[in-house]
Design a protein around this ligand. Structure first.
Ligand code: GLP
Length: 245
């Protein structure tokens, strides 16, 4: 296993501040980096803190290019439920990130495989300077569900039942959650020069143990992180409980 920097925080305010400090420090040391940002509930306090600092005058906080991690398939351009709209509302619009600096999936592309190839080509010819990611309770990263190949690239996937269930609240009911999505692959994510994993709450404790304390396996996609260079994990004591003994 590579050296991993585990950072344990006491409460949600510290989670936001310490994650924002990490990002702020990164942006000051890297010139216009390409950055992956995750969706989910976990990063919300971090995004709020970044937006607060930006509005208070830390203007360098928008000096990055955004690369989408994943997206649902079949949503019209501008659908408020799409990940690109969601991230737009939560962080990219408040930071005034230019549209040309957002590499996002066309959820409604007529040929979704071609769309994945377009994104994959961009990713292959770029350097991902920082991948900020979350983790699903089944170990999914982006929408790389269990049994995704570690050599997988950008592609269309079918969501697991557990993921559909976990996202039901966001969609207002399990039947409304799309069954298909697109995601960067694990091979793409493995190429990131730096990775920041954000985890919060008791419900992530079990999967973190499986990710970091068991052999690396495609049954647990997030276990690729064991061999990831320059990995920082920021989480609260509940989430980190089973790995920080
Ligand atoms: C979704 C996203 C993932 C995210 C995960 C965890 O399924 N596709 O990128 O990491 O949810 O979400 P949460 O932070 O709400 O637990």
């Amino acid at each position: 296993m590579n050296n991993i920097n585990f950072v344990s925080v006491d409460n949600i305010d510290d989670f936001a501040v310490i994650s924002a400090d990490f990002f702020s420090d990164f942006l000051q040391k890297n010139d216009n980096p390409l950055v992956i940002l995750p969706t989910g509930f976990t990063p919300l306090p971090f995004y709020k803190e970044i937006v607060k600092r930006y509005k208070a005058g830390e203007k360098y906080l928008n000096k990055f290019k955004y690369l989408a991690l994943d997206e649902y398939v079949g949503l019209c351009d501008g659908d408020y439920r799409s990940f690109s709209s969601w991230l737009g509302r939560e962080i990219l619009d408040p930071l005034s990130i230019d549209i040309k600096d957002r590499i996002i999936f066309d959820s409604d592309a007529a040929d979704i495989d071609k769309e994945c190839k377009r994104i994959d080509d961009i990713v292959s010819s770029s350097v991902i300077n920082l991948a900020i990611i979350g983790i699903g309770e089944n170990g999914h990263v982006g929408f790389n569900e269990p049994k995704s190949s570690f050599s997988s690239r950008t592609r269309k996937v079918f969501l697991h039942e557990k993921t559909i269930k976990a996202n039901a609240e966001y969609w207002g009911g399990i039947d409304k959650v799309p069954k298909e999505a697109v995601t960067l692959g694990l091979a793409n994510l493995k190429n990131a020069k730096n990775t920041l994993l954000l985890v919060y709450g008791k419900k992530k404790a079990k999967i973190l143990k499986e990710s970091f304390c068991a052999p690396v396996s495609e049954d647990v996609p997030s276990s690729y992180l064991q061999n990831q260079p320059n990995l920082t994990v920021i989480g609260d004591e509940d989430a980190l409980a089973e790995i920080m003994i």
